[in-house]
Design a protein around this ligand. Structure first.
Ligand SMILES: Cc1cc2nc3c(=O)[nH]c(=O)nc-3n(C[C@H](O)[C@H](O)[C@H](O)COP(=O)(O)OP(=O)(O)OC[C@H]3O[C@@H](n4cnc5c(N)ncnc54)[C@H](O)[C@@H]3O)c2cc1C
Length: 394
């Protein structure tokens, strides 16, 4: 991989973008860095949105990732409220909605994801909400004092955090999930069971296997056959990768921009990182798109190293956390469905270990930060896990 010294343009000004800019400077990159983000704010952390921000209704100082001082210190030129509308790969330029044409030597797509919606329940910011941005979190918080009954649609991590944050403010919360268990895509059944008990124990009315077809009528929002209306609903049914620029530019995509394990796309001048990237994609396997804070940081670090010509391996396991009702739930490694439960400790602070052929591959703990951290060191790195998965697939 060659050492790149010319202008880097980053599309998106979120967590991965901020980490990439920092990583480039830490790796001695001296060229210009231009960052273009469509939100009005500079980069910020999203995890607090469904926790502290939804509960307190304000952005804490720690939310901000690249304020004015950091922009100056890192030599980053940031344009907020600026959407990139097209990439011209032949000319190596991007176009913005303000009509600006910006040349690059290296382009990095860090465009994240967009909340999926429900066709019959359009988000209106009045009775129906979604939660992806700071303004989503603040407007949902502002609507809570006028509400008594809230419907959360989607029993994944985001839906559960939203349900917990709203329930903690004393409102009645119903959580409806179409699947027969919570977090079915990303957590084993023991963990789904734990989450169910946690939420029901705090008074959340969790409905599983529910055909979620809410009706928005004159008198409010109902979830038939239940006729009692809800004051507002939050739709949390997952995200779609914002890969539309890559699609239009003819780059290979599949719900995410396909990249190698360093974030390089099929075009050697274009990288993709964070929620939008499908990492380690190859002829041998479809790659992996993860939506996690740590993964966005690590991918940015790897792409920064690759851009300065010093590519490295993904040298740690995947890691994710969630906060619900004051419980810290951590997942280290990828708890794939074909892993076996090797051992478990029950009780107030449970832990589960999953593996294959006697080797632990994933650990999940509740308020067990130290144990998860210790176990994490022995888990396979994501590079070796992807190599094994691609080997099994080919
Ligand atoms: C509410 C919430 C809670 C979360 N909680 C946790 C948690 O507890 N633990 C955890 O591990 N992870 C959590 N995550 C996930 C984590 O925050 C994401 O994985 C991370 O933000 C991904 O960073 P990113 O830079 O890829 O995308 P983002 O942070 O989404 O940034 C992408 C940016 O690109 C902008 N953009 C898109 N297209 C364009 C364009 N064409 N032109 C200009 N700008 C564009 C977007 O507007 C956005 O600002 C949470 C996410 C959310 C939304």
């Amino acid at each position: 991989m060659k050492r790149r010294t010319g202008p880097v343009v980053i599309v998106g000004a979120g967590q991965a973008a901020a980490a990439l800019a920092r990583g480039l400077r830490e790796n001695g990159f001296a060229g210009s860095i231009r960052m273009l983000g469509e939100e009005p704010q500079p980069p910020y952390e999203r995890p607090p949105l469904s926790k502290q921000v939804l509960i307190e209704g304000r952005a804490p100082d720690a939310l901000w990732l690249l304020g004015d001082d950091a922009q100056r210190a890192q030599g980053v030129t940031l344009s907020t409220s600026t959407r990139v509308t097209a990439i011209d790969r032949a000319a190596r330029e991007v176009m913005t909605d303000a009509g600006e044409v910006i040349p690059y030597e290296t382009l990095v797509l860090a465009t994240g994801g967009t909340a999926r919606g429900l066709p019959d329940l359009p988000v209106d910011g009045r009775r129906v909400f979604e939660l992806r941005t700071l303004s989503d979190a603040l407007s949902l918080h502002a609507a809570l004092p006028g509400a008594r009954r809230v419907l959360v649609i989607g029993g994944g991590w985001l839906g559960l955090e939203v349900a917990a944050a709203i329930r903690q403010q004393g409102l009645e919360v119903t959580l409806a999930e179409a699947a027969p268990r919570l977090c079915a895509r990303s957590a084993p059944s023991e963990v789904s069971e734990y989450l169910l008990e946690l939420h029901r124990g705090h008074g959340v009315d969790v409905r599983l296997g529910a055909c979620v077809q809410p009706v928005l009528g004159e008198d409010g929002l109902t979830l038939p056959p239940d006729a009692q209306p809800y004051d507002l609903a939050v739709v949390a049914v997952g995200i779609a990768a914002r890969d539309e620029l890559a699609v239009a530019a003819g780059l290979p995509t599949a719900d995410g921009v396909l990249t190698d394990c360093n974030g390089a796309t099929a075009d050697p001048d274009i990288f993709a990182i964070g929620d939008v990237a499908r990492l380690c994609a190859s002829a041998a396997g479809p790659g992996l798109r993860l939506e996690s804070w740590r993964h966005a940081e690590t991918q940015a670090r790897l792409a920064a190293a690759a851009i300065v010509g010093e590519p490295r391996d993904y040298d740690e396991p995947a890691w994710f956390w969630s906060d619900q009702f004051g419980r810290l739930i951590q997942i280290a490694g990828l708890p794939d469905p074909d892993l076996e439960l090797m051992d478990a400790e029950a009780g107030e602070k449970p832990v589960w270990r999953y593996g294959r052929n006697g080797a632990v591959a994933a650990v999940i703990g509740v308020d067990r930060a130290r144990d998860v951290r210790m176990a994490q060191r022995a888990l396979p790195t994501l590079a070796s896990r992807m190599a094994a998965a691609n080997g099994r697939a080919s």
